[in-house]
Every structure is written in C-alpha cells, then in structure tokens.
Design a protein around this ligand. Structure first.
Ligand code: GLY
Length: 408
C-alpha cells in the first residue's frame, strides 16, 4: 500500500513537472493568457497521451454521452484540426514536444491529399500540412499542399464557377450543392497557387468567392447554408439549410465561416469587395438582437426557443480568430475588442473544461448539427483549434509582431 502511494506521488510529481516544463520555454505570454495556454496544454497533452498509448494515428472529434472521446476516420472533414492544434501549441509554447507530435499526426494523414469525396480537403490538409509547412518549410509538405489543391480542383464546375461541396442528393433534389463552409477551403487553393506558381488554383478560388457572394448572401448580410446549382449554367435551383434551424435562418457557424472566408480572401487578393463583405457579416453578427451579452452565439441566430437553445462555442472561436485578422486590415478596434471579449468569456468556467474532463477537449458547449441530432452541446475539435489559433493571433498582435499568417 505504502509503495503504491509512493509510486502514485512520484507519478503526480513527474507528470506535473512534465506539464510545467511543457509550458515554460518560449512562453512569452504572462498572466491570464499564460494560464489559458497552460490549461490548454495540459488538456491536449492528456488527449495526445491517450492517443499515443494506442500506437495509432487517431483523429479526435467530440465526446459521447459518457464524456468519452469519440475518434473518427481520417476521411472525415475534421481530421486536420488535431494536428493543427498541435502546431498552434508549438507556436504558443515554443516546446519542441508539440512540434514532434505535430509532425507525427500531420504526416500520418498524408493519404488525404488524394481525397475527392467532397470539398473538405481544404480544412483537412491546410490545418495540418499548411500549418506544418508554415512552421517547418519541409518541402515534402509543400508537395502535399499542391497535390491536395489539385484534388480539390477536380470538384470545380466551370459552368457555374463554383467548387461542388457535396455530391448530388436525389432525396433532397440537389444536383450540385455548395455550402457556405466551402469558403474555408479557398485558403488551400490560394496558398497552393503561390507555392506552385499555378494561377489556376487562385482563379478557381476567386470565382468561387464571387459566386458565393452573389448567391449565398441575403439583403441583411446573413448567409444561406446550402445553394444548389445547375453546374452547366450556374442557375441556382434551391437555397436551403442542412444544419441550420430553417432554410431562411442564419446558422451561426455558417456566418462564422463566411466572416473568416471573406477576410482570408482579402488577405490574398486585396480586393476591397471581400473586406466589405467581411465587415457586413461582422455587422450582422454583432448587431443581432439574439446574440447573447457574452458574445457566444446560440447555434442559429433564428433558433425557435432562444434563450433556451444551445450555444455554439465553435462559431464563437471561428469568429474570434477571423476578427483578429479583420482588425489588422481595418485597424477598427471594435473588432479586436469583440474577439478579446469572446476569448475572455470562453476562458471562464462556463465554457472551459476542468483538466481531465470533457474527453480532454479544451472547450465545452458546441453544436455539430441539431437537425441530425449529432454533437449537441458537446466539445468539438474545431472549436479548440480556432480557439488556439485566435490565442496565437491575439498574442502576435499584442506583441507588436503583427499577424504573420503566411510567409511562404
Ligand atoms: N463544415 C461542416 C460544419 O461546419 O459543420
């Protein structure tokens, strides 16, 4: 018994030392931010340890009703977020152990560069290999990014000028559905264009962004979720939702994808229409009477039972990260203030999980898809990823370095 106790005490001290060590070197943040990063490091270290024990490349996504981590196959759209989070922790802490894990879990998903089953390869490859290349300049990663851009380009439909998100669906009468989320995949194309010198990727991205601006946005600057096209003529056939409350409603994560997407399009093109669109989306979000005071939205701005509806923390973290970038282009301090408020509120006990709980995800209270009954009021790997990205962007801005989103 005594021996067991001593061993336990040794383990607690040893593990504590490892965690303390993990967040000390390179830790330039002080005070509250340092605590948030320390907490995130402890949680994701536990998550990584669990995965390492299996000896497999696993892709954590959410938790089940018993709070156990749920893993998904690498072909799921969320597979790039865990490797991406490892890269952000490496940047936030300077600890090489995160880099080693980042390399391992990024390289473990290389086969995804050939994935053409839907549009999500942009999320998958850019969050993993994109961040990996940004931080290591490994030339093999560059080749993966270019090959992935080629894979994504196979879904471009020149007659409509868009990238087809999902395959046709007879039950829904969709021939060529495009979802607002697809704006996020354009980052892969813009970067691949720079890396390869092949302008085709950039032209596809610009065409998609323009068509989406024309067909997805309503007069109040909210966005439809799904627009179905005739791929030959570009005529729109349906404007609907798959994950929102109603076809005419504003699904919260969709508004966040649009805000992030158009801000990013301005980064690569300097075309003011994209910046204007991003500002209009921000206006829609922050002037919305249904946005709670703590700025963490309900899962849909028009959900039927507000205020008795689940929040979607993932929409909040995507929004915060986008707002830091929008702030750098506009110098409008209100964007940074909104983002700071979101991060501060997420760092509270209301949203941040106690270490060792929540399947070792950092944040609680996201929503995957209420219409599908999936991941309702659960942690989500992408909520954590954009939280870490937002923390990194905040730190870059406040240290005076400015945002260094790419330096390829
Ligand atoms: N891209 C899928 C989602 O946002 O749920």
């Amino acid at each position: 018994m005594k021996i067991k106790k001593s061993i336990s005490l040794f383990l607690v001290l040893a593990v504590g030392t490892v965690y303390a060590y993990a967040i000390t070197p390179g830790q330039k943040n002080k005070g509250k931010e340092a605590q948030i990063i320390e907490n995130a490091s402890v949680q994701i270290k536990k998550m990584a340890d669990e995965i390492e024990k299996t000896g497999k490349i696993l892709s954590p996504r959410t938790t089940d009703k018993n709070d156990k981590t749920v893993y998904v196959v690498l072909e799921e759209w969320t597979s790039g977020f865990f490797p991406g989070s490892l890269w952000y922790l490496y940047e936030l802490t300077g600890d090489d152990n995160w880099k080693k894990l980042g390399i391992k879990y990024t390289e473990g998903m290389e086969r995804i560069k050939k994935f053409t089953g839907n549009h999500d390869i942009g999320f998958m490859i850019y969050c993993s290999f994109g961040n990996g290349y940004r931080l290591t300049k490994n030339p093999a990663y560059k080749e993966v990014i270019i090959e992935a851009a080629n894979s994504l380009s196979t879904r471009f439909r020149p007659g409509a000028g868009i990238i087809q998100s999902w395959n046709a669906n007879k039950t829904k009468d969709w021939i060529c559905p495009v979802i607002i989320d697809n704006m996020m995949n354009l980052e892969l194309l813009f970067e691949a264009s720079k890396l390869s010198g092949n302008n085709k990727f950039r032209e596809i991205a610009i065409s998609h962004a323009n068509q989406t601006l024309k067909n997805h946005y309503r007069d109040d600057n909210s966005s439809f979720h799904v627009v179905d096209y005739n791929p030959k003529t570009g005529e729109t056939r349906h404007k609907q939702t798959a994950q929102g409350f109603a076809d005419s409603s504003a699904w919260a994560r969709g508004q966040a994808w649009g805000l992030y997407g158009y801000t990013m399009c301005f980064r690569y093109t300097k075309d003011s229409k994209y910046l204007n669109q991003a500002e209009k989306i921000a206006q829609f979000i922050f002037n919305n009477p249904n946005l709670p005071k703590d700025l963490i939205p309900y899962w849909d701005y028009n959900a039927g039972k507000i205020p008795n509806e689940p929040r979607d923390v993932s929409a909040a973290t995507i929004t915060a990260s986008a707002l830091y970038e929008l702030f750098t282009y506009t110098q409008n301090k209100k964007y940074k203030k909104y983002a700071d408020t979101i991060l501060k509120n997420l760092a509270s006990d209301s949203y941040t999980a106690a270490p060792g709980t929540n399947g070792n995800f950092i944040l609680m209270h996201s929503v995957g898809s209420i219409p599908h009954g999936a991941e309702v009021d659960r942690p989500l790997v992408y909520a954590d990823y954009y939280f870490l990205e937002a923390l990194k962007r905040k730190s870059d801005i406040e240290s005076g370095k400015g945002l260094k989103l790419t330096d390829f």
